[in-house]
Design a protein around this ligand. Structure first.
Ligand SMILES: [Ca+2]
Ligand SMILES: [Ca+2]
Length: 214
């Protein structure tokens, strides 16, 4: 009995709240018609989807992915996902199962999905400020109109007896984006690096607006 009385009171309170909200919102739906709000900024998601190496001979990989709102240094934001630890050799694991500080074993001609390996979050290249986890291959940044978006991926090959080699370094930077272009931004990009003596690579990305800031 008590719970049913409480739920009636709760429903009544919700109804009052709803009608107050309706009253507060009413002026927007005036005779002049609804106000069309223009976002101040856009939440853009950079998804690092795939990477493939060719001609590397196979590597012990560590790397960094980054997305940047770019255009005005005063409000540039750059966020990273990192994997494979840093210079120390902490062993090598498979792409799907490597521990946080292990290098990733990568072979030529295989398309690897960034969602399938552990990535950590950071505001810096290579250093982690969180633990690493799978399905962490999307970075969201806030982008104002007339700015643009840069996405960068760098993967290195750890070498015990010589300097580490750069296995992949690509940058995808969109042209300057107007508010209208940002509103429904949704692009698939293939960013490639030609063979620089350590092999070539291709990275598949999606850059997409997922929310609006008013
Ligand atoms: Ca190596
Ligand atoms: Ca080397």
């Amino acid at each position: 009995m008590r719970s049913s009385r409480n739920s009636v009171a709760h429903v009544a309170a919700l109804a009052v709240g709803a009608s107050l909200m309706g009253g507060a919102l009413a002026p927007h739906a005036s005779a002049a018609g609804p106000v069309k709000l223009v976002p101040k900024a856009y939440v853009v998601e950079v998804s690092f989807n795939t990477i493939r190496l060719d001609g590397s001979g196979g590597i012990e990989a560590y790397g960094t992915l980054a997305a940047e709102s770019w255009g005005d240094p005063a409000d540039n934001v750059k966020l990273h996902r990192n994997f494979g630890g840093f210079e120390d050799l902490n062993g090598v694991g498979a792409w799907h199962s490597a521990g946080p500080t292990e290098k990733r074993d990568m072979e030529d001609g295989v398309t690897y999905r960034f969602a399938d390996t552990g990535l950590c979050n950071s505001t810096e290249s290579y250093f982690c400020s969180t633990t690493d986890y799978k399905n962490n291959n999307k970075i969201r940044i806030t982008v104002k109109p007339n700015r643009t978006v840069s996405a960068l991926a760098t993967v290195n090959d750890y070498d015990l007896l010589s300097g580490d080699d750069r296995a992949c370094a690509v940058t995808a930077r969109l042209p300057w984006l107007t508010a209208a272009e940002l509103y429904d931004l949704d692009r698939n990009i293939s960013a490639g690096m030609a063979d620089d003596g350590n092999g070539s690579c291709g990275v598949g990305l999606t850059i997409k607006t997922v929310d609006y800031i008013y």
